[in-house]
Write a protein that binds this ligand. Structure first.
Ligand code: VGL
Ligand code: ZN
Length: 198
């Protein structure tokens, strides 16, 4: 079975010193690099969260505090986030420890100021980002997923991968959650959907 690796949002703002810090994020880099250097993947696609400065998912745009629950607009998510991964900022760059020269494709998401994009397959309003078609054009049937954050973009990418009929595996040692308290609930949901947790 031809396999792809999806490396989700390995960007400075999701590491320990970043704007939307994921605890212990840098601990995944060794395993991430092992995956990036393995010979088993037909293609490696990296997603890059790439927001305009005034993105509607930013709490600052609404005069609210980061992580405030917010369900008033279609196309966003359940909470507002700190400003993060602003286009062309240092925080939006890939972490310097990651072997980015192994990426075959970089898929930027979250570029529409009104719509968020947790999954690398589609925006939160359902618009297709072209990833499924790209993978299918390479004959991919199985997808390994790693990256940040486990409970947000990795999770939604994995759920959409299953919906697009790929055998879907999350490599847990190569992923970390922004909210570690969510991991149990998240794992239940993923297993229920048919995602293999490796
Ligand atoms: C992410 C929240 C907002 C992620 C991106 O990459 O998991 N989380 N934008
Ligand atoms: Zn984002």
């Amino acid at each position: 079975m031809k396999k792809a690796l999806l490396a989700v949002d390995l960007q400075n703002d999701f590491y320990e010193d970043g704007a939307l810090a994921v605890p212990a994020a840098s601990k995944i880099n060794q395993k991430v690099n092992e995956l990036l250097e393995s010979e088993e993947y037909e293609i490696i696609v990296a997603s890059q969260d790439w927001h305009p400065q005034n993105h509607r998912s930013f709490a600052s745009v609404h005069g609210e505090k980061a992580f405030t629950p917010y369900d008033k607009e279609e196309g966003l998510g359940p909470v507002l986030w700190p400003d993060h991964c602003v286009q062309k900022s240092e925080g939006a760059e890939f972490n310097s420890e990651v072997k980015t020269h192994k990426f075959d494709y970089i898929l930027r998401k979250g570029t529409d100021p009104e719509v968020d994009s947790y999954s690398a397959f589609q925006d939160n309003d359902g618009s297709d980002l072209g990833l499924a078609a790209l993978l299918k054009s390479f004959g991919i049937e199985e997808v390994d997923i790693c990256g940040l954050a486990y409970d947000v973009c990795v999770k939604y990418t994995a759920l959409d991968s299953v919906k697009n009929a790929f055998k879907t595996n999350i490599i847990q040692a190569a992923s970390a959650a922004v909210n570690p308290d969510e991991i149990e609930k998240c794992n239940q949901e993923l297993k229920q959907a048919g995602v293999n947790l490796i």
